[in-house]
Design a protein. Sequence first.
Length: 618
Amino acid sequence: MARLSLVTMEDPAAVYASMGPTMLSRQPVEPRRAETEPDPDWDDVYRHLEQQMNSDRQWRWSWWTHWSRLAEYFNPRRYVWLVVANKMWRGGQINDSIIDSTGLLATRTCATGMWSGLTNPARPWFKYDSALSGVELDADAKEWIEDTQRRVYKILDESNFYEQMASMFHDETVFATAPIVVYEDEQDVIRLYLPAPGEYYLGMGGRNSVDRFSREFTYTVQQIVDMFQLENCPQDIQILWKEGGGSHNLEFVVCHTIEPNFPIGKRGKSGKKEGSIQYVPAKFIWREVYWLKAKKSPRPLSKRGFNETPFAAFRWATTSNDAYGRGPCMDALGDNKQVQRETLRKAEFIEKGVRPPMGADPALKNEPASTMPGQTTYCTSDGQKKGFWPLFEVNPAWLPGITQDIAMVNARIEKGLYVEVFMAITRMAGVQPRNELELTKRDLERLQELGPVIRNAEGQLSIILRRVMAIAERRKLLKPMPASLLRGGPGGGPIPLKIAYTSIMRLAQLASEGVALKDTLAIGGQLSSAAKAASLPDPLRVMDLAKAWRRYAEINNCPQDLFFTEEQVAAHDQAREKGQQQAQQPGEAMAMTEAAKNLSQANIGPSNALGALMGGGG
């Protein structure tokens, strides 16, 4: 569960927040003004950024080469070996190393299972709640939280969040690392950008968390103008834009860095450092800079500041201060290489059995000859062996052994990629009926392996959700926070909120709890019936059935707004009781009237007790 801060500072939108066909249609052929005035600090900042990216490239080299092997055998289409502009061969064949697709399909199952288990758009997967234990939120606070949740879900649904998260989980499964950038967008409120492996560099902070993100990517002239607008582009881009036609498709390498907003050393004319530069105003925690690689210009393409982390870096598993993660495909890489080689040899084995290498009499060397069915080859035979004969004959008994070994290796690959976890019901052996509690317990047991991975992913999802909520608040898309949340915390301050996730492991835990609760209520109902039949006290009196009903509905993700609050239930009970009392009052009045009438007609003579009570007969 992650704490959620609702205090945000001013974070002006960048020029690229409005990019799109509408903005591009407003760009003139020539800029309205010449290239803008030079940035006096850009030379020093440019030197700092270029040197830092070169250093990051060297530190990333070993991971970069490892990723190339992972991409070769598990996911070739997502890897960028070299970030070079104008690669006309990018559509070439890239799957030559994959003969057996078991590893590729297993990564697909694992990535899809993570996506549907953590960020499934078909069900609620997170909620906001009070981070203070023992603090009961009032009705206004609960209503505001539920309304905010609905609005955030709508923002995510109408953006490209779920599409990018699906690709992100695939990258994390194969390469164990997947950074993603969250930008404010005029059309969709937010928009996410996922760089391909090979494009990005990461750096670590003192808390062993990723706090520097850099990347190199290729954009065409049209894309650069669309993203940064023509007047902010260097002269090279402006000239190509003016030429039009095919010039708009020429590519450039764009560099991008997001890092903490610390001062940068400034060099004087002598080359020595003299003072420092606060390139982005000090009120911002993060700074971002875009520039063209190897194209020295008077100023960058864009610079801006952030007050909440604008990117998240998903990593499968971490080691010490390594900026990049390690994941399941790294563990299964050896098995995948083995199965590719064995599958190739198996195919050769079968082909040698069907089309073995042949020997022939030298007399047939210059004669028409064929080994195809239905063809005839003529040759003389003087009592000696003539014609064709196989030089190598395979033993069919070897084939089952090869097939079984391939199946064993593929099973190891699927196990390493948690296929049995995500396909637990589909691949369960046997057909006998099973207890529902047993099924949920088995699922929970399998999912324990993914516990640390899920926790790491939830931590990065919290960064994204905090960023989304801050953007929504700045754009006035949320209702004003009620006073009970603003001043209901310790010392009269705001109540801190947390983000609670309903992950696949949490769902399995809830399913186990739900089955246990259902069985408890079923047994309780049977005992209640037996107690009533035996005129014994009802055992259900020891259980709060209303609370149990609410808990069961919560476990099954039933919308809580379908239930009345406890205050509303109490008010309804009072109204119901008052109505019953009012309904009983006419009956009581009628009974009193009838009693008075009977009393008036009663015999009060001295011979009966009533007469004696009334003093009759003296």
